[in-house]
Design a protein around this ligand. Structure first.
Ligand SMILES: [Fe+2]
Length: 266
């Protein structure tokens, strides 16, 4: 099978990408999401993780690739690790990646893709802490380098803020420690998954968007955070972002084409 894909444009060219995640478990719903996404003119895809139910179970991957086939034959794909990938060798092999976190530039925008699945990254708490510290140093270095970019976007699986009550445990998730860096270096938006719904939180000028409605069973959004949560909906969804020079516009879409929410990033 042959296909084509776009490479990054030079300068201020307009481009468009999609963000979605949590495509595991309900294959029929995953297919419906892809059938909707494939109709858009796209430069690339950001996947927020939990591609499959169990990344170590090799037969699950051909199912994923069969569902996403028509999309992947024409659009570049940038994934991050979810907890369900289990940091499996299959993930690295099938996407031909060598490292669990990375960055890339597309036009005037800088994208930083992190690994928030610390639980599967290392076995002991000491090793996990070291892994977190190393990645955080790398993140800060990337954010410093990206200061001349017009737009900065960060992607990882576990959301720092959630409107899913059962996940508001009282103890802060480790990814919350990255928030001061996002603020210091003026990140425009952070994209996460893990919660199977759509959420938008605005915290100290940073937009946190959870788009985890790619097929996995939906979660209720029963705990909006006062003063932070802007929009929540428990629904299958994907996000389309159009970058026009130095500004970007995000539209979260339901599978029937309804706009759940539109946001401007400047
Ligand atoms: Fe997850």
């Amino acid at each position: 099978m042959t296909g084509t894909f776009k490479t990054p444009p030079a300068g201020d060219a307009t481009f468009q990408f999609t963000v979605f995640g949590d495509t595991r478990t309900r294959h029929d719903m995953h297919q419906k999401v892809i059938d909707a996404v494939v109709k858009h003119e796209l430069d690339f895809i950001l996947h927020t993780g939990d591609l499959v139910q169990d990344g170590t179970d090799t037969p699950q991957w051909p199912v994923f690739f069969q569902i996403e086939r028509d999309l992947l034959r024409k659009v570049a794909f940038f994934p991050v690790l979810g907890n369900h990938e289990r940091n499996s060798p299959q993930y690295y092999e099938f996407f031909d990646v060598k490292i669990p976190y990375y960055s890339f530039q597309w036009g005037q925008a800088w994208f930083i893709c992190l690994n928030s699945d610390f639980g599967n990254a290392e076995r002991t708490k000491e090793a996990r802490d070291r892994y977190f510290d190393e990645q955080t140093r790398w993140l800060e270095d990337e954010l410093q380098k990206s200061q001349k970019a017009a737009l900065r976007f960060v992607v990882f699986h576990h959301p720092p803020f959630t409107a899913v009550k059962s996940r508001q445990t009282g103890s802060e998730p480790p990814v919350r420690k990255w928030v001061p860096l996002f603020e210091k270096y003026k990140v425009h938006a952070v994209f996460n998954g893990h919660d199977h719904n759509y959420q938008h939180h605005l915290v100290n000028g940073i937009h946190y968007i959870v788009t985890g409605g790619g097929g996995a069973p939906l979660y209720a959004v029963d705990g909006p955070i006062e003063g932070k949560t802007v929009k929540v909906e428990s629904i299958e969804n994907y996000v389309i972002i159009k970058v026009d020079g130095k500004t970007a516009r995000s539209e979260a879409l339901a599978l029937d084409g309804r706009v759940i929410e539109a946001i401007e990033f400047k």
